[in-house]
Design a protein around this ligand. Structure first.
Ligand code: NAD
Length: 301
């Protein structure tokens, strides 16, 4: 068992850290939100007052933060203040599970290597349910040696662990996936509403499409229509889950990455626009399946 620092205890990081506690690791936790630290401490983690305090004495440090700007400033520091890289003990393995731009992942990886530390980018797929159940998919980028060290730790929080390639590759693979997810969520939403508008029961339509050629992950695990599926955000006022603001962020990253390679992503571009519009209408903090409501609004009113 290892001593692991876990920084960022939000919707995803909280349940991930808890799974490490349950697996028997010593888990030193920190978040800017004191309540989140308190809740983990009540379940067996060691509460810390700063990120550097959490990393002191840890063999592995895991971060689960909102975006690239947070990851850069935590690891590299800001202004006069030095970051985690300057304070971590030699041999600490650094794993960032946040979904961020590949350029930030590369910058932190380079700086870590210069400091003699291994860094693995390991964004996840599987949502808050996967985080709680310990069935996440980890999509890693980094050296073979770094990946080999990270894999057994990640296995205590996930079911599938992939090595996508060198530093930053995990982030590129992750945003390809999320761009596709956004397109599937929007397509599923408009198909379900079309059926509803013609008097179909969305639960019956979902069952039909799930085993037909339109079947996809959103129908199987994350139906966006309220009350079709239990235990999904759509049946809970679109609370919890994966925020529209975070999906918009990921789509922004996908568009940025597509621009760098001059890749054509017309569906991704449309999904980016629709999610931005949805966020601007006050839905930023709601689950991303709430895009369904866009299609339910009566345009004649
Ligand atoms: P969240 O906003 O719920 O949690 C982020 C946490 O980081 C917050 O508790 C915040 O207080 C903390 N934080 C921010 N800056 C910090 C700092 N400097 N030091 C310590 N703590 C700090 O977000 P989330 O839903 O847990 O998502 C985290 C990451 O995982 C994001 O990059 C997101 O894109 C990705 N992700 C989320 C989901 C999902 O379903 N929610 C799924 C896959 C990937």
């Amino acid at each position: 068992m290892s001593t692991i620092a876990f920084i960022g205890l939000g919707n995803m990081g909280g349940p991930m850290a808890l799974n490490l506690v349950k697996a028997g690791h010593t888990v030193r936790v920190f978040d800017l939100n004191e309540q989140a630290v308190h809740e983990l401490a009540e379940q067996g983690a060691i509460p810390c007052h700063t990120s550097c305090g959490a990393v002191a004495g840890a063999e592995v440090a895991i971060t689960m933060l909102p975006a690239g700007v947070h990851v850069r400033s935590l690891y590299l520091g800001q202004g006069e203040e030095r970051g985690l890289l300057a304070k971590a003990a030699a041999d600490t393995l650094l794993i960032d599970c946040s979904t961020i731009d590949a350029a930030s992942a590369l910058a932190v990886s380079d700086a870590a290597n210069q400091a003699g530390l291994a860094f693995v980018d390991a964004p996840v797929s599987g949502g808050t349910a996967g985080a709680a159940a310990g069935t996440l998919t980890f999509i890693c980028g980094g050296s073979d040696a770094g990946f080999a060290r990270a894999k057994p730790i990640l296995a205590d929080m996930g079911a599938n662990i992939f090595h996508a390639g060198g530093p930053g590759a995990g982030q590129v693979a992750k945003i390809c996936n999320n761009m596709l997810l956004s397109v599937l969520m929007i397509g599923t939403s408009e198909a379900l509403q079309l059926g509803r508008d013609h008097g179909l029961d969305p639960a019956v339509l979902s069952e039909i499409m799930k085993v037909s050629s339109g079947g996809n992950w959103t129908l199987e695990k994350y139906n966006p229509c309220p009350d079709v599926m239990a235990n999904v955000p759509a049946s809970n006022g679109y609370q919890g889950g994966f925020m529209v603001d975070l999906m918009s962020k990921d789509l922004g990253l996908a568009m940025e990455t597509a621009g760098q390679s001059r890749s054509a992503t017309p569906m991704g571009a449309l999904a980016t626009s629709l999610y931005r519009q949805h966020a601007r209408r006050g839905n930023g903090k709601r689950d991303f399946s709430s895009i369904f409501e866009t299609f339910g609004q009566d345009q004649s009113e």
